[in-house]
Design a protein. Structure first.
Length: 394
């Protein structure tokens, strides 16, 4: 993962040098052109944090600020037939989050799953259609000049960087969008795995408030919002690995929930896909890989950083393991005296398959954990029983 991060850094650094060289070969950009570029960069960052809200708000702004008689030339996302339903959908989601804080745990999870899917779809649409059009505005403000064309082509040492700028602008904009989108998307993932509606509303309010602050800063001075956008992009780059792993985690959980995959799923006889629930040696948390039982009886976790780099593996520490039966997904934990340590989280497709998983990895203990354990304790209390549920042998 570090090698891939260094590669991204080198590519970004080379792109920055090329961009700086190109800009140095251009005349000074006017205030209006600089304002347009700053606004375009702010739009890309804001849309990445919340694609549906961002695209709807940008479309509504472009619609109301468009000169009369030119409405037919607006892009599709600035048409009222798109941005009005988009903002209405955002309002419905906000109402869901506000009402969900008063609902019992787990009642609004199906709606959270739908929202997570919507965030992915709207992010793909924005990355493929909206961001390139906004990036073109950013590019055009840097290539406008009032001097003769041959001066722009002079470049450095007689070389022209204008064609390179034409090639890099949109790809770099999409890369920046994806980095920031992953950071915004983790809010949906955290909401998906959080059992409490109040926490969901707080996370969503924080993201919406930050987008509002970025928008207000843009109205005050676009240069400040552009500088803030650059800071967000840099931070997003350095936490890209964590954001990517959490995005994969959310994707797997969303797919399993939507398709109800556990009803037609059977665990593999030896190797099964799981996520690390904590760092194991140098393997970071939320890493997606396969748990394998080795011939000597130990458990080994095999994975590929970024899902496609060279394979790595780590052996799980020796100890007394048990399979945790959760309300939404199972887990594999290790008992250390009276304390327990969760090592691996299984996707929801493994729900109701805890017995098979325990047999595959020769684990002789299955327990109710988390919210399921609490709900069963409440049910036993309502029935008048004070006995604690015993561990189930595999």
């Amino acid at each position: 993962m570090k090698r891939f991060s260094y590669l991204l850094f080198v590519l970004a650094f080379c792109g920055s040098l090329s961009f700086a060289a190109t800009e140095s070969s251009l005349p000074a950009v006017t205030d209006s052109q600089g304002r347009e570029a700053a606004v375009a960069l702010t739009k890309i960052t804001g849309i990445a944090l919340s694609p549906m809200l961002g695209v709807g708000a940008v479309g509504a702004y472009d619609y109301f600020t468009c000169p009369k008689g030119k409405e037919d030339k607006l892009p599709w996302y600035a048409q009222i037939k798109f941005w009005l339903p988009a903002l209405l959908l955002v309002g419905v989601v906000a109402f869901k989050d506000a009402a969900g804080a008063a609902l019992p745990p787990g009642w609004k999870k199906p709606l959270d799953v739908i929202e997570t899917v919507e965030n992915k779809v709207s992010g793909l649409v924005a990355a493929g259609a909206v961001v390139p059009s906004i990036a073109y505005i950013f590019h055009s403000t840097l290539t406008k000049t009032s001097v003769e064309p041959h001066m722009m082509q002079a470049g450095i040492l007689g070389m022209s960087f204008a064609p390179l700028l034409n090639i890099l602008t949109i790809p770099v904009a999409i890369v920046c969008f994806v980095l920031v989108w992953m950071v915004g998307h983790i809010v949906n993932v955290l909401i998906l795995i959080s059992p409490w509606g109040a926490v969901d509303a707080a996370l969503k309010s924080m993201r919406t408030g930050f987008i509002g602050f970025l928008t207000a800063t843009c109205f005050v001075n676009p240069k400040y919002s552009a500088a803030l956008s650059v800071v967000i992009i840099i931070i997003s780059y350095f936490i890209a690995g964590w954001s990517f792993r959490l995005s994969v985690f959310g994707t797997a959980f969303t797919w399993d929930f939507v398709t109800r995959r556990y009803k037609r799923f059977q665990p593999a006889p030896n190797a099964n896909w799981m996520f690390t629930a904590r760092p194991i040696e140098k393997t970071p948390i939320r890493t997606y890989g396969k748990l394998t039982k080795v011939e000597d009886g130990t458990l080994r976790f095999d994975y590929r950083p970024w899902l496609f780099l060279a394979p790595n593996s780590v052996k799980l520490p020796a100890g007394r393991y048990y399979v945790g039966r959760g309300l939404l997904f199972p887990e594999i934990s290790m008992a250390e005296g009276e304390k327990t340590k969760v090592l691996l989280a299984m996707p929801p497709r493994y729900r109701n398959h805890e017995d098979e998983v325990a047999q595959i990895y020769d684990i002789r203990d299955i327990r109710d954990v988390g919210l399921l354990k609490g709900l069963k304790a409440i049910w036993n209390w309502l029935k008048g029983s004070t006995a604690q549920p015993a561990a189930t042998p595999a």
